[in-house]
Design a binder for this molecule. Structure first.
Ligand SMILES: *Cc1c(COP(=O)(O)O)cnc(C)c1O
Length: 352
């Protein structure tokens, strides 16, 4: 959406009328009309009564999680093992007890919940769509456990907002689970193409975070032009299904073409297409060769972002990658695979 005429138009128009900066923190002159309008749009996107805007998705997790946890006496945080660094930092700053459950492992989560004092406040934090493997969390099943063991839920929808759900409300919207989640967090910087992060939830919870979060209170508000652009992007994707359909179609085609070429595409149920290399140096070399010799930019993903031995290229096709570009990508990858003598598809992957 960063290139969409409606989004660019909104940013230019508001910058021309209101200037480039907000001029202060939210509590001291920084709150502006486009910002308040954006918060209303975000609350509506997730079907929640209220939303709170931060300067980035990172900050929303890093300051939102500890603020919520510290307000709950003796809170226990249960955190998915593959949560993003911004959530890990948030948990660290909360300073309360935390337990890490094995990634998407409901049995392990239940084991930890069962062992905890039923009266103790608990906060389960996880992502809806994990961007390195392209897998999704079992949201309803996590909410079932939260109901059973009296826990709150906090989900990071950063890699899903705009891209999943009939209005772009993320995986929780697609699965009809948004109303079951206490806090839905997201970014305006990825699909929406702007900058900023947010949380949505009940009016009381949002008010509490607004009143206590240092990362909200002590920093300058987002510029009105950015807020207006983000609102334009959200509104467009609420109404238009074309981008989401085309995005999924393009990702499916990339997977099919790379699989047909014998490349080790890692299984993924989303728009993320990881291709296994399994060697950090070769991963970087493959990325460099693709750029230098084929004009294709794909980032190498190495440790610590993924475990050693699982180094990969992570391909994220957009709605605007046509068949010709995808075929060229496959040819370029095959050439690089041969030059670096990388393994083709593994036996068990070929069977899938
Ligand atoms: C990128 C990312 C963030 C941070 O969002 P920004 O708006 O870029 O700061 C948070 N969570 C996850 C899972 C991310 O991938």
């Amino acid at each position: 959406m960063a290139q969409h005429p409606k989004v660019i138009g909104a940013m230019v128009d508001v910058a021309a009328r209101m200037g480039t900066g907000a001029g202060g923190t939210r509590n001291i002159a920084g709150t502006n009309h486009p910002l308040v309008e954006l918060e209303r749009e975000l609350a509506d996107l997730h079907g929640k009564p209220a939303a709170l805007l931060f300067t980035s998705g990172y900050v929303s997790n890093q300051t939102g999680i500890p603020t919520i946890a510290k307000l709950l006496p003796n809170c226990l945080i249960l955190s998915d093992a593959l949560n993003h660094n911004s959530m890990i930092e948030g948990v660290r700053q909360a300073g309360c007890d935390k337990q890490v459950w094995r990634h998407n492992d409901l049995a392990h989560l239940e084991e930890l919940l069962k062992a905890a004092d039923p009266a103790r406040p608990k906060l389960i934090i996880f992502e809806s769509l994990y961007s390195m493997d392209g897998d999704i969390a079992p949201i309803h099943a996590i909410c079932d456990l939260a109901d059973k063991y009296n826990a709150m839920t906090y989900v990071d929808e950063v890699h899903a907002v705009g891209m999943y759900g009939p209005r772009g409300g993320g995986v929780s919207e697609r699965e009809g689970a948004a109303a079951r989640i206490d806090v839905i967090e997201g970014t305006l910087a990825k699909a929406f193409g702007c900058l900023g992060g947010y949380i949505t939830g009940s009016a009381e919870l949002i008010d509490a975070v607004r009143s206590y979060a240092p990362g909200f209170i002590f920093t300058t508000a987002l510029p009105p032009a950015i807020c207006a652009a983000a609102t334009a992007a959200i509104r467009h994707l609420k109404a238009s299904q074309w981008e989401r359909d085309r995005h999924q179609d393009r990702a499916a085609r990339v997977k099919a073409v790379l699989n047909a070429a014998g490349l080790p595409v890692m299984p993924s149920s989303t728009h993320i297409v990881p291709v296994l290399i399994g060697d950090a140096e070769k991963c970087k070399m493959a990325s460099d060769m693709l750029l230098a010799d084929h004009g294709i930019y794909i980032q190498p993903i190495n440790y610590p972002t993924v475990p050693r031995g699982e180094e990969r290229l992570r391909i994220t096709p957009s709605p605007y990658h046509d068949d010709v570009l995808i075929d060229q990508l496959a040819e370029a990858l095959v050439e690089v695979w041969e030059r670096l003598q990388l393994p083709k598809r593994r036996q068990q992957m070929a069977a899938e």
